[in-house]
Write a protein that binds this ligand. Structure first.
Ligand code: MGD
Ligand code: MGD
Ligand code: SF4
Ligand code: MO
Length: 824
């Protein structure tokens, strides 16, 4: 798929929008990136993260070789040794303790091919379903809600519905920052259609509210009440689609009874009657309503019920299966959907099949499985409980960073420390998780991998190899297959190419599936030749027999669902309070989420100087009244804490927050800041059906953190700073910048920093006064590091000036003059 100018079509590495990207390698070795005009997800547009993909394919920090942990650190080993070691340890532990003593913890950032092989190995050959994905933290509640309502995990809508809709409701979704290209589509749709209304339901007045006609600053966790009230309103106003309910659904009465009881109860959901009325009327009077929902819905102890409360309203009004209509669960990760397709969640089997005797038998015979799992395995939180309890003794983590992203992270660390054998496959050498590995396996990164991903609208796109892998990095599917072969399953895992894996996956989806047994059906893609797989165009599933590129844009158009009697289920839901309530000691609610230009634990976006400029530091959003009440100050540091731990970030006072609620981004962690990871505060409680953690409702308190000394440290390579009250690291052009603050005196801070730096052989330049000092080292006529410290905060222009010294190639004499001038 390389055109005459060298452009190769591929798919963005990040979010579930799944934008088509075109990339070409420049003579300098850099990647030039542009949006693919033909890709139906983005038609040429990219967001800041997509545009900066070229910055992140550098080899800084890459894991280049398999490594084995030895008492004094990791040592490089060859693949043969590493694969044998993993295979032997897994075999031995299964032999001694049974199949349930092993587990895989995988990720929506694997390709479908990788995911398929991992799921097949553990469920078909190791004899356990202990495979769960970080999608448990992300999509699990949506999956439960969809399965309960539709009989299958079906996202019915397509992106064109954004342009077709007359009302778009964003519930618990910051589309502007998290799915920016879809947000762009929504902006353009609104410009082209004056009648298109946007309603945002979110405790925060988030960035998506910029285009909202109405923002409902709902009390956190109370979405079920609002949607139950809506259902009651629709019934009372005679706005139900009685024909649709009668012909295509069941259990309306039960759902209605629950909704009315919630509607009559007294719940303070933080909204005025007029606000609710405006929302209810808009929903009732608009024919084409699209409800886009994401983590404000899913990541809740009532996530599954929140999802069904939304779906109930769409079913009750027949606003589903039609252009511009439907509940729309948007996926987070690039292949969150693909992971659900292959079935790599502990409680599903494969290819949208379940743990029932018929499906188990069907999949076992298709795989020629030697040791088929027959019941669901442990979901992510339970899996880590079982590791901590010593029941799981071998764990393989692939493409996820659980020490940062799972709740109660100190417990996760303890579990990993205790686990006798931990394997981590990652492309980055030092993440918060890799240090807990016994064996580290170097995986290919985005620009080196080849395979497929599926986006939020069920569209499968090719990810294509652009660059050679550094060191010995290998594709994840290859690594897993090699281990499988060494465990004795040679024949079933002897794939020559990722295309062969894809074909097998496609064939499994089509097995005993005429098109109505299961929604996921890739029959038309199950006989692709090597070159057809290479050339595969982006397309939505299902792809039935003989169809290679026909798009089924929208499902349920015939009003037939995947339940036994083909009717959709209303699900009776009533409000339950979040799992832990605020109290006198912890009076504030901590909400966590994303920032526009960073991706999760920053292992990749942290490599881009451009992306670091948007939000350079971890921050705490707080209403000015709440800030005043708890004496924290805009621009200064504050500590958020509860019984589990604490974290530190810079206060941003903003009326976009409700009072007594705070928001912290999820990205900064032990590798990029001293102590700014919210995961340490979050309790491991989850929705009881989906197992999805309650990431958006944690009782906490806040306090200011007065500091005495302030410093900037610029270095060419990251350094270990040790115990310093606050530091945060970011990439800048030509250097890494550490912003440092300490409760110690300036002198005390100096001593600590100098311990962290090696000045041997460097020529140093120093200048100091009582209140500040500057110290820089020159190596080979180049600045190698610079330290600027003061007993008050360092002003932004000074910071910019110092950063520029590392970005520019100034003659040394001039640079020294500038430094002396600054030090005066
Ligand atoms: N820039 C960027 N984009 C990303 C990612 C990233 O890391 N960075 N990650 C990707 C992934 S994996 C995911 S899952 C998605 C997540 O995408 P989103 O779900 O849009 O992002 P979040 O910031 O986690 O949370 C969304 C909103 O939920 C709100 N919320 C909190 N509690 C409640 C509640 O009780 N009710 C309601 N209605 N809303 C509530 C929060 O205030 C927040 O604005 O983003 C994807 N896109
Ligand atoms: N407090 C709080 N916590 C949250 C959330 C929240 O909103 N609040 N959101 C949750 C959600 S929705 C999600 S999705 C998770 C995300 O959390 P994680 O999955 O832990 O985050 P990532 O940083 O994306 O981790 C991916 C890892 O895989 C590596 N990697 C990238 N590509 C590949 C590859 O091709 N192969 C291999 N083997 N490795 C690769 C990266 O270097 C990185 O180390 O966080 C969850 N945690
Ligand atoms: S919207 Fe998502 S898929 Fe598209 S360029 Fe941005 S991060 Fe990539
Ligand atoms: Mo996610």
């Amino acid at each position: 798929m390389r055109d005459v100018e060298g452009w190769i079509k591929t798919t963005c590495a990040y979010c579930g929008v799944g934008c088509g990207v075109e990339a070409r390698v420049l003579a300098s070795g850099r990647l030039e990136i542009r949006g693919d005009q033909q890709h139906p997800a983005n038609f040429g547009k990219l967001c800041t993260k997509g545009i900066a993909l070229g910055d992140t394919v550098i080899h800084d920090g890459r894991l280049m070789s398999p490594q084995l942990k030895q008492p004094d650190g990791f040592v490089d080993i060859d693949w043969e040794h590493a694969l044998n070691r993993v295979a032997e340890q897994f075999s031995q532990i299964i032999g001694e303790h049974g199949p349930d003593a092993v587990a895989f913890y995988v990720s929506g950032q694997l390709l479908t091919e990788d995911y398929y092989v991992a799921n097949k190995l553990i469920k078909g050959f190791l004899g356990t379903a202990n495979i769960d994905s970080n999608s448990r933290l992300c999509m699990a509640s949506a999956v439960v809600g969809q399965k309960r309502a539709f009989g299958m995990d079906t996202v019915a809508v397509c992106y064109q519905d954004i342009e077709q809709a007359e009302l778009v409701i964003l519930v618990g979704s910051n589309l502007a920052w998290c799915h920016p290209v879809l947000f762009q589509r929504l902006i353009v749709a609104k410009q082209n259609n004056a009648a298109l209304q946007v309603i945002v339901i979110d405790p925060r007045n988030n960035e998506s509210c910029d285009i909202a006609d109405l923002h409902l600053a709902i009390a956190p966790g109370s979405d079920v009440v609002l949607f139950n009230q809506l259902l009651a309103y629709l019934a009372a106003q005679g706005e139900l689609d009685q024909d649709f309910i009668a012909q295509h659904t069941q259990h309306f009465e039960q759902a209605y009874a629950s909704a009315s009881s919630d509607a009559q109860a007294v719940h303070d959901i933080g909204l005025s009657e007029a606000e609710c009325q405006a929302f209810f009327e808009a929903f009732a009077r608009t024919e084409r309503v699209l409800t886009i929902y994401s983590q404000g819905v899913n990541q809740s102890s009532q996530g599954s019920d929140k999802v069904n409360s939304i779906i109930n309203c769409h079913l009750a009004t027949g606003k589903i299966g039609k252009p511009g209509c439907g509940p729309f669960s948007i996926t987070g990760q690039p292949n969150a959907m693909g992971g659900r397709e292959v079935g790599a969640l502990a409680n599903t089997l494969a290819a949208h099949m379940e743990f029932n005797p018929q499906d188990i038998e069907r999949v076992a015979s298709f795989w020629q499985a030697e040791h088929m799992a027959t019941e669901p395995g442990l979901k992510a939180l339970d899996m880590f409980e079982a590791i901590a309890a010593g029941k799981i003794k071998a764990l393989w983590i692939m493409a996820t960073n659980p020490v940062v992203s799972l709740p109660d992270s100190s417990k996760i660390k303890r579990a990993l420390e205790k686990c006798p054998f931990v394997v981590v496959s990652d492309c980055i050498e030092k993440t918060a998780t890799t240090q807990f590995a016994d064996v580290l396996l170097p995986a290919q990164g985005w620009s080196e991998k080849s395979g497929t991903v599926t986006n939020s609208e069920r569209r499968i796109s090719r990810q294509r190899r652009l660059l050679a892998s550094p060191g010995q990095a290998k594709p994840d599917w290859w690594i897993i297959s090699q281990v499988a072969q060494r465990m004795g399953f040679k024949e079933q895992f002897s794939y020559a190419h990722e295309g062969a894996v894809f074909k097998e996956h496609a064939a499994l989806t089509a097995l005993d599936n005429q098109g109505f047994e299961r929604d996921l059906n890739l029959a038309g893609l199950s006989h692709l030749s090597g070159s057809e797989y290479q050339q595969l165009l982006p397309q939505q599933w299902p792809v039935l027999k003989q169809q290679r590129s026909v798009s089924h844009q929208r499902l349920f158009e015939d009003g037939r669902f995947y339940t036994p009697n083909r009717k959709a289920n209303f699900v009776a839901v009533t409000y339950r309070a979040p799992s832990i309530q605020v109290c006198a000691d912890f009076p504030l609610i901590l909400n966590t989420g994303r920032t526009r230009d960073h991706w999760h634990t920053m292992t990749r976006t942290g490599l881009s100087a451009r992306l670091a400029t948007h939000m350079p530091e971890p921050y705490l959003l707080v209403h000015p009244d709440t800030a005043k009440k708890y004496a924290v100050t805009h621009g200064l540091l504050a500590k958020v804490s509860n019984r589990h731990g604490d974290c530190m970030s810079r206060v941003i006072e903003t009326t976009s927050m409700r009072r007594d609620e705070v928001f912290v981004p999820i990205h900064w962690n032990e590798l990029t800041a001293s102590n700014s990871k919210p995961g340490g505060l979050i309790d491991a409680r989850a929705d009881r059906l989906s197992g999805q953690p309650e990431f958006k409702f944690t009782p906490v308190k806040i306090a200011d953190c007065p500091m005495s000394s302030f410093a900037l440290l610029l270095v060419r390579e990251p350094v270990e700073l040790g115990q310093i009250d606050y530091w945060v690291r970011r990439k800048t052009t030509g250097a890494y910048l550490y912003q440092i603050e300490s409760q110690q005196s300036l002198q005390g801070l100096d001593e600590r920093i100098h311990l962290a730096l090696t000045t041997a052989r460097s020529r140093t330049i120093q200048a100091a006064s009582a209140n500040h000092r500057l110290c820089a080292a020159i190596d080979n006529n180049q600045l190698s590091w610079l330290y600027l410290a003061a007993n008050q905060g360092i002003a932004e222009p000074t910071m910019q000036q110092v950063m520029a010294w590392f970005a520019e190639d100034k003659p040394l004499a001039e640079l020294e003059q500038d430094m002396m001038a600054l030090a005066q």
